[in-house]
Design a protein around this ligand. Structure first.
Ligand code: SF4
Length: 246
């Protein structure tokens, strides 16, 4: 018990130190400066990839909702592998609920946490039938009331399925926003709230995808590809200069 607490405390201190270092390195900018930087960031990301696409496969708002629930702590590629045959036979809440927890678990057993995810997906399918006529609601509160659906999942569905200007903050968005200093925050919610204040409205529809893809393929956690990054000239994150060509 004491050892676990000590380890937890050490990790907590390390996190705080890392955050402090990150804040110092990016320099905590005033919001007007961050907004100007955010505009420059999204202009460059948009120029490099005008129509960014999410990498989770889906065929309608319901299957998108299911795919996002299944993607927690799993890769998009791994989820797509399981959902391709699944969505071919169950692309509505009625068909999904009819599979039952066991039937669904069997079909998604290659995905981590598949038992609890199967339980959530069957329960949310039944809730959609009972409460929303089998339709995915275009409403944050309603979405977040569904089993297994949190703020991040609701944001993804509102943005991708309904074109709402929402911004889901996952691990990639969180890291990129903090490194660039455009939306520093200690929690996903803090980063989301800051991003909503500094991202120019014309970029909001795609901002989520640009940041995720940038974090996944370029601004990676352990070894960011700074030398080939389109944001290199404007990124204030100091460690990026090390080893990068001049
Ligand atoms: S320059 Fe490096 S740290 Fe900055 S956004 Fe690009 S990959 Fe990330």
């Amino acid at each position: 018990m004491h050892i676990a607490f000590a380890v937890g405390a050490t990790q907590g201190a390390a996190k705080v130190t890392a955050r402090a270092r990150m804040g110092a390195m990016t320099g905590r900018m005033a919001r007007t400066r961050r907004a100007a930087l955010a505009e420059a960031v999204f202009e460059r990301l948009a120029a490099a990839d005008p129509e960014p696409k999410g990498e989770l496969d889906s065929v309608n708002p319901f299957t998108l909702l299911v795919a996002v629930v299944l993607s927690a702590q799993a890769t998009d590629a791994g989820v797509n592998k399981a959902t391709k045959p699944l969505f071919a036979i169950a692309d509505t809440p009625e068909k999904m609920a009819a599979l039952g927890e066991e039937g669904l678990a069997e079909r998604i057993k290659t995905i981590g946490l598949f038992r609890s995810k199967a339980r959530h997906v069957v329960a949310l399918s039944k809730a959609l039938i009972d409460r929303y006529g089998g339709e995915v609601p275009r409403d944050r509160e309603a979405l977040e009331s569904l089993p297994g659906v949190g703020r991040k999942t609701a944001n993804v569905v509102l943005n991708i399925a309904f074109g709402e200007p929402t911004l889901a903050v996952d691990t990639h968005v969180f890291r990129v926003a903090n490194r660039l200093g455009i939306a520093p925050g200690r929690t996903p919610r803090e980063v989301e709230d800051e991003l909503m204040k500094v991202v120019p409205p014309r970029f909001l529809a795609h901002a989520h995808h640009w940041l995720i893809l940038h974090g996944r393929y370029v601004c990676k956690a352990r070894k960011p590809a700074c030398p080939v990054c389109v944001l290199r000239q404007i990124c204030p994150w100091e460690p990026k200069t090390a080893g990068a060509p001049g």
